[in-house]
Design a protein around this ligand. Structure first.
Ligand SMILES: Nc1ncnc2c1ncn2[C@@H]1O[C@H](COP(=O)(O)OP(=O)(O)O)[C@@H](O)[C@H]1O
Ligand SMILES: [Mg+2]
Length: 369
């Protein structure tokens, strides 16, 4: 019973037994066929010799000796085959079992929190494929874990600044260093608003990352939606002295989108364009059908983005210039959420810039329905 369970739990034993079965069948077939047919063949040849005049007693003796010889040869062959089975199964087991053991050991270590574990690639066969996909999975887990740690660090960092600002203002008030007047309270209110916005963004981000954003897709007049957004922001643009141009066709084929979410994306892009464009600059919104999609460009003449930073602007908490961005109240989540929203619509979003100080263009493409 214990031998049976040992065999059941060890691949190497199973391999060995399977070789043993194959060899046993081979030996049995060979023994049976030779023991049945060899005496007949022998008799035929002896009949020819009998014509040359051999005694029947000698012939019977010869026949029994021949059968014994065959049996002995078979026994030696079976022994040799058994040794071959042992050697071949050891070699094969080593080739198959070792990579599997490596995967088992690595997955156990990953389960205990050691995410750097990778296994060697044993070749191009299925075992190699197993090792490759295992390593891929380990890499994804490691990245996710790293992002989780980063996220907590980032959130703590984002909370610290407004909180310490509120605290020092309150201390100033208590100590009588700061006057108890509207300007002081407005400072506190601004920081609280910033915290509230951060918490809202974080909630939105976590919903987006969990894939929980429900889109309310309806046929929408995108031209009207774009005009509504530009109208809504025109006062802020005027305040800062940045021109807002719009090149929006009078009619665009209705598109199935979530109007509130698309508005959110566009307000985000136009808000950024305003934030990162100094007074006297221009922001231009263009919409056009290009091929099988609707393309919306938000082009500004602002601070621009260095080529090395472009791939990162959609990462959460990424800010090209931390101090400048914080003054504008940004936490670096806006573009991350926009990207999720656009992709939830089956579209894509992209940032381009010829370089620092030379403006940027953000492009949203939504497939036509
Ligand atoms: N129109 C733009 N011009 C230059 N840089 C931009 C523009 N839009 C975004 N960025 C850069 O991308 C970063 C991420 O943008 P976003 O996710 O909206 O965060 P923030 O809250 O800082 O605005 C910004 O901090 C800024 O450095
Ligand atoms: Mg922003």
């Amino acid at each position: 019973m214990s031998l049976f369970s040992a065999v059941r739990r060890r691949l190497a034993w199973k391999l060995f037994l399977s070789y043993l079965v194959i060899i046993s069948v081979g030996v049995l077939v060979l023994a049976a066929t030779s023991l049945i047919s060899a005496p007949n063949v022998l008799e035929y040849h002896m009949a020819q010799m009998a014509m040359m005049g051999s005694s029947p007693a000698l012939l019977a003796d010869l026949r029994s000796n021949f059968v014994t010889a065959i049996n002995e040869v078979m026994a030696v062959a079976a022994g040799a085959a058994f040794i071959a089975a042992v050697l071949v199964s050891l070699f094969t087991a080593q080739r198959i079992v070792e990579p599997l053991r490596a995967v088992i050991a690595a997955s156990r270590r990953i389960a205990t929190g050691d995410y750097h574990q990778r296994v060697p690639l044993p070749g191009d066969d299925e075992l190699g494929e197993l090792a490759r996909s295992f390593n891929q999975m380990a890499g994804t887990i490691e990245q996710t874990e790293q992002r989780r740690v980063e996220l907590i660090g980032n959130v703590a960092h984002e909370l610290r600044t407004p909180l310490s600002s509120i605290r020092s203002t309150m201390e100033g008030l208590i100590d009588g260093v700061l006057p108890a007047e509207p300007a002081t309270f407005l400072d506190v209110q601004r920081e609280v608003t910033r915290l509230q916005r951060l918490v809202q963004d974080l909630e939105e981000l976590s919903r987006a990352e969990a894939g929980q954003i429900q889109l309310d897709l309806r046929p929408t007049d995108i031209a009207a939606l774009l005009r509504a957004v530009t109208n809504r922001l025109s006062a802020q643009y005027e305040d800062k002295g940045v021109r807002l141009d719009a090149a929006i066709p009078a009619t665009l084929a209705p598109l199935r989108v979530d109007a509130a979410r698309m508005t959110q994306v566009l307000i985000n892009l136009l808000g950024n364009a305003l934030q990162y464009t100094p007074a006297g600059g221009t922001v231009r919104v263009e919409a056009a059908v290009a091929g099988r999609e609707l393309r919306i460009d938000v082009r500004d003449t602002g601070v621009g983005i260095a080529a090395g930073q472009l791939p990162h602007v959609f990462e959460r908490f990424y800010r090209v210039d931390r101090s400048r961005s914080r003054a504008g109240g940004g936490s670096g989540i806006g573009l991350t959420i926009s990207k999720y929203l656009v992709e939830a619509h089956g579209g894509r979003i992209q940032a381009d810039s010829p370089g620092v100080g030379r403006g940027s263009t953000f492009t949203v493409c939504i497939p036509l329905t």
